[in-house]
Write a protein that binds this ligand. Sequence first.
Ligand SMILES: *Cc1c(COP(=O)(O)O)cnc(C)c1O
Length: 391
Amino acid sequence: MNQYIEETKKGLVNTYNRFPVVLERGEGVYLYDTNGKKYLDFAAGIAVCGLGYGNQELNQTLKEQIDCLTHTSNLYYNTTCGKAATALRRISKMDRVFFTNSGTEAIEGALKAARKYAWKKGNGRYEFIAMEHSFHGRSIGAVSVTGSEAYRTPFEPLLPGVKFAEFNNLDSVKAQVTDKTCAIILEALQGEGGVNRASSEFMEGIRKLCDSEGILMICDEIQCGMGRTGEMFAWQNYGTKPDIMAMAKAIGSGLPVGAFAMTEEVAEYSLEPGDHGTTYGGNPLACAAVAKTVEIFEREDIAAHVQKMGAYLKEKLEELAAESEEVLECRGMGLIQGIKVKRPAGEIINAALDGGLIIISARDNVIRLVPPLIVEKEHIDEMIEKLKDLL
Ligand SMILES: *Cc1c(COP(=O)(O)O)cnc(C)c1O
């Protein structure tokens, strides 16, 4: 184990504070390290492994695709890209999809699509309104709309024309609107930002504001999408629909793939040949993963399972909160739940790891629970028992 750790530390740019474990394999909702120690996983590789580990149907599809063809570039058609797009269009209710390799690239594409739309309409709009405590990724464009100074400051000057408003405060958003506002970007449920869900009033208010002012609404569904909240995408919990949305994380069950999608109305005025592109994005292997993931999600009705398990998890967390002095608040939707605690979450997370439970944080004092979506009641009970000891 130490050898793997030393080699990694020596060779990589020092950007991660990794936990001192080397994970080797997974099965269902459990992970095993190189010493054979078993961990109950309530992080799912940061909300990526919705189907857990070792799904044989998915693995078989990927193996067959590897033997067939993994990459062609986007100069040619391939056999899985259209299928994956059809699947995402069906579950996202969007009309057109562009495949990327990551979440941050999906955000970049969404921002470019919005800028192109304004440019083609000739309305002179270029500003973005983003939310405080949002997280949209690490490229310069995505960092520019991320509502965390620690992530932005070292890389300034960033994209001009970005304004920040308070999440769940419609007046604060309205105060930032000008005749130059191009788009409003938000997460229906902020993941990294502390597991904060948008109120119905806020989501619906943003939609109305966008409609009345001629502004595009961009939803970042990278973390809260793909069944996580109990709907395929988090905005579907509200009476709204965005114009553009970004997806990634769970859509490929661990293969690096993201997408941004838009309505036909936006597509008509937006990106055209030459405006945008990617070498890997939407390659046959990534798209095989997306098509199969969506097929399994729909056939097994994973979203309905998330509603059931999410309600059970919430009930158990509230019991725990009532018993523990340490817990200040429980919040979330479906299988993304946050536990706000009195001390730095890191202390609890480190102790949990020692005890064979993988959990992560969201800002300083929030424990974030984002288990594989295939989690069952017995796993929730096991997690609660471990957490009880720690709190
Ligand atoms: C993870 C995440 C991103 C960035 O995705 P990457 O694949 O890490 O680039 C963007 N937005 C949200 C909401 C995320 O959770």
